[in-house]
Design a protein around this ligand. Structure first.
Ligand code: 4AZ
Length: 849
């Protein structure tokens, strides 16, 4: 706004239309002015001299002097020549003033130009329909390229010079031409604008894009997407305009350095080696990959050595175009790796790699090749019997590109046989009102959404004839998936004495209601009556009672022999030496249970130095009562909560970082050791945000994110800042257990203001069965907590914050939940839904050591 004031006034507003050429003109004017000034000054001096001379002469002469005049003139000139000195005081002073004025004006103009204006580069891409690609278009020096460039630049100039942004528009430059595999050529251009900062809003990406689109729309004919942009037949749907203030720095400043390269895959299937290495200093590489027209590019990245900081400083960004256009990003690699390969496929015959790295030895290796386009419609009619084959995502095992679709068809030999699809890390759910993030599926005319999960699922199609259509829906490339197919008995999908889970798995009937999530979605553990506490030898070992830290049987038999080493199962506690014991809550309970004592290592967590053993319906918390509570601010505004889980790491909810803007760590600040907003004991910027890769923004499944701090708090603050313990994967909490939710979120659903003092409320764990009765299907990564009246709850602004539960023995506090979602706040019988942290124990361990 300050700039606005300076830029918007008087003299400078006149200059708003200036650019560097205008500056040159100004210089010429001032120079001319200087010459004029000096000249007139000289004349003035001359006039004075003449006047003086005349007066002197006139006063001396009494007689007419007509005949002597010529002589006197010559004399005068001589006298003047003798007397006029350009370096006398007067002239030097005048000259100095002019120079100073010139200097000040130049500086002001330069300052205004660079401070009040921004040079903005817009990258634009569109398809020209009636031109076919010729090899000469690859060479920018060729006559053909130059002529096409002139043609396109003239058209774009015409469009923008007659538009509302004409004063800001400078010119356009054709950057590249490439063939479009479905006909025509793709045109990549840079458009350069000089935008006064006060008028930045008029040169926004959408505004500039709309001008180009509008110029075509007016000539749209015959309901095709191709219209005319002057004499160019341009595909309206292909237009992408991307503006970026950073583009200039990232792209133009380094172009021409050694690290810019154009590479060609001239033969199908021949791998071309790729590598970029920087020994020191900053690296900024721009690599354009080309394949033969009609082919696609298959890129494999074998290793990459970069700093993991959310692509802020170090990144390899793969674009599905020849320019760094945001909407054409196929994938961003922000983390180093060297033991696996990641591969991607383009939608056309070009790709663009942008590799940037901060100081140090950084680089990547890989290769690329031209591959043929997979035919879209693969129809495999199968007589499926046993699991006999796979359906795979396009270009398996590479990430599949955003624009893709496949169809498969199945026939089974008998009408009572349907098709079962066993996925390894993917599940299909009926499509609701919301769209799909990771693939649309049309199966026998019914719509489903696909999403990634970390367990197996089986999808049954109860028909002997099926048509399956898959359509990619993600903006980025998505990881590969495959499904094994088989026929199954429609009337009896699972063998006798087996239970059919909602995930499609078949589990033994004895696993139903055993207190263990055998189905991966807890469908085997809902609508179970609490098992009777029959404390005989057959029942006290029931997982519901055994070794859960509660003495259920009078004789305590259910809590006996819990630290005996037993075979590992999904209800045993795994020690560091890979031996397993049955004690569920062995971690950090103050008793050494594992032979290697690993259950009691890294237990400097979950201790509250102060506090009563006692939001919506909350009360003010005491100072340092919740030493793991964090307040997360985005661009200065309270946005979410988080919990301290180690010296370096915080745990929060993925949905706090769900957009491109919010996933940038730079605008975030974490306030630690704070009770009253604005009074933190410590704060830090965020180095890195790790959002769970399976986070689903529609269902809020996998709603968890790790945040790495840039700075760690000093030891002297350990009385007010403490990490909370992370539960082990088998740690049990039961319905009715008392926990606390804390945060600075709204005190009631309709509030506009947030409290400044940290609020705390005691809530009870609600059983999954009851919670599902309220909300419908919930994933097993969710846990509910509340009170029946609804009066105590989390609300807007509490998201990401802790649901802290005390361990019964040992007295440590565990992070059982992360505030995630709910219907409204504090409504009766609608408890808060939290991310079940125990499910993520090993995921957290991958990052936090
Ligand atoms: C939220 O918008 C939010 N009552 C958090 C928790 C709940 C509702 C909304 C649960 O951040």
């Amino acid at each position: 706004m300050q700039n606005f004031k300076v830029c918007g006034y008087g003299f400078f507003s006149v200059l708003l239309v200036f650019d560097l050429r205008s500056l040159l003109l100004l210089f010429v004017i001032i120079f001319a002015y200087f010459l004029c000034c000096c000249k007139s000054h000289i004349y003035l001096s001359m006039a004075k001299v003449i006047y003086f001379e005349v007066a002197t002469v006139d006063s001396k002469l009494a007689k007419p002097l007509n005949h002597r005049r010529p002589k006197r003139k010559t004399k005068l000139r001589k006298k003047y020549r003798k007397k006029f000195n350009p370096w006398n005081f007067q002239n030097v002073a005048a000259l100095s003033i002019v120079l100073v004025v010139f200097f000040v004006i130049s500086m002001w103009t330069l300052l205004w130009y660079f401070v009040c204006n921004s040079v903005v580069f817009f990258a634009a891409l569109f398809r020209i329909a009636n031109v076919e690609f010729i090899p000469e278009y690859r060479q920018k020096e060729s006559r053909e390229f130059a002529s096409m460039a002139q043609n396109i630049e003239v058209v774009v100039n015409n469009v923008y010079r007659k538009s509302a942004v004409s004063k800001m528009y400078k010119h356009s430059v054709l950057s590249d031409l490439s063939s479009n595999n479905d006909g025509g050529i793709l045109v990549y251009i840079w458009m350069i604008f000089v935008v006064p900062k006060a008028k930045k809003q008029y040169a926004c990406e959408d505004c500039v894009g709309v001008i180009l689109k509008d110029s075509i729309q007016t000539s749209l004919v015959n309901r095709t997407s191709v219209g005319y942009l002057y004499d160019l037949p341009v595909d309206f749907d292909s237009i992408v305009v991307n503006g970026n203030f950073i583009l200039r720095k990232d792209y133009f400043m380094v172009i021409g350095f050694k690290c810019s390269n154009d590479l060609y895959a001239e033969q199908q299937g021949v791998n071309i080696y790729l590598s970029a290495t920087a020994s020191s200093g900053k690296t900024n590489c721009h690599i354009k990959l080309f394949a033969l027209p009609g082919f696609l590019i298959h890129l494999s990245i074998e290793s990459i050595d970069i700093e993991a900081n959310d692509c802020v400083e170090d990144a390899l960004i793969v674009y599905d175009s020849l320019m760094p256009i945001r909407s054409k990003v196929l994938y961003k690699i922000c983390e180093p790796f060297n033991s696996s390969t990641m591969s991607f496929v383009s939608t056309g015959n070009v790709m663009y790699l942008s590799f940037k790295a901060s100081l140090g030895k950084k680089g990547f290796t890989g290769n690329f090749a031209a591959i043929p386009q997979e035919r879209n419609n693969i129809l495999a009619t199968q007589n499926a019997l046993d699991y006999e084959g796979y359906i795979k995502s396009p270009y398996f095992p590479s990430f599949y590109p955003p624009k893709c679709n496949c169809t498969w068809g199945f026939r089974t030999p008998r009408t009572n046989l349907g098709i079962a699809l066993k996925f390894y890390n993917y599940e299909l759910k009926e499509k609701g009102l919301k769209g799909c993030d990771h693939g649309w599926w049309k199966i026998n005319e019914k719509m489903y959404c696909g999403s990634y999960v970390d367990y197996q699922t089986i999808f049954y199609i109860a028909s002997s004839k099926s048509e399956i259509e898959f359509q990619c829906s993600s903006k980025l490339s998505d990881p590969a998936f495959k499904a094994q197919y088989a026929s199954y008995n429609i009337n009896k999908p699972c063998p006798g004495d087996h239970f059919l889970c909602s995930t499609g798995l078949c589990i033994e009937i004895s696993q139903r209601c055993n207190g263990v999530d055998d189905c991966n979605d807890e469908s085997d553990e809902v609508f179970c009556s609490t098992p009777l506490k029959v404390c005989d030898s057959s029942n006290y070992q029931h997982p519901y009672f055994a070794c859960n830290g509660i003495r259920d049987c009078e004789d305590g038999a259910d809590e006996m022999n819990c630290t005996m080493v037993v075979p590992c199962t999904n209800i045993t506690y795994k020690c560091k030496n890979n031996m397993c014991i049955r004690k569920r809550n062995a971690k950090c309970d103050g008793v050494s249970d594992c032979l290697d004592n690993s259950d009691e290592s890294n237990c400097g967590c979950g201790s509250k130095s102060q506090g009563k053993s006692r939001i919506v319906g909350g009360a003010n918390a005491d100072d340092a009562e919740w030493p793991w509570q964090v307040s997360l601010h985005f661009s200065g505004t309270l946005y979410c909560g988080a919990s301290v889980i180690s010296k370096e790491w915080l745990l929060s909810a993925a949905h706090c970082f769900g957009t491109e803007k919010l996933s940038d760590p730079r605008p975030w600040l974490a306030y630690l050791g704070m009770r009253v907003q604005g009074n933190p004991k410590f704060f830090s910027e965020i180095r890195r945000i790790v959002v769970h890769e399976y986070y689903n923004s529609r269902s809020f499944d996998y709603d968890i994110a790790l945040l790495q701090l840039k700075n760690t708090w000093p030891k002297s603050l350990s009385s007010v800042i403490q990490p909370i313990c992370i539960p082990s994967i088998i740690q049990s909490v039961q319905s009715g257990d008392k926990c606390w939710v804390t945060g600075w979120g709204k005190k009631s659903e309709g509030d506009s203001e947030s409290p400044s003092i940290l609020q705390e409320a005691e809530v009870e764990i609600v059983s999954q069965t009851v919670c599902r009765m309220r909300y419908g299907p919930l994933s097993s990564r969710m846990i509910c907590a509340g009170v029946a009246s609804g009066k105590k709850d989390a609300c807007r602004g509490d998201s990401g914050g802790p649901l802290s539960c005390p361990e019964k023995s040992g007295g440590k506090w565990f992070l059982i939940g992360i505030v995630s979602w709910g219907v409204g706040c504090g409504r009766p019988n609608l408890p808060g839904v939290y991310t079940r942290v125990s499910k993520f124990a090993s995921w957290i361990q991958n990052y936090v050591v």
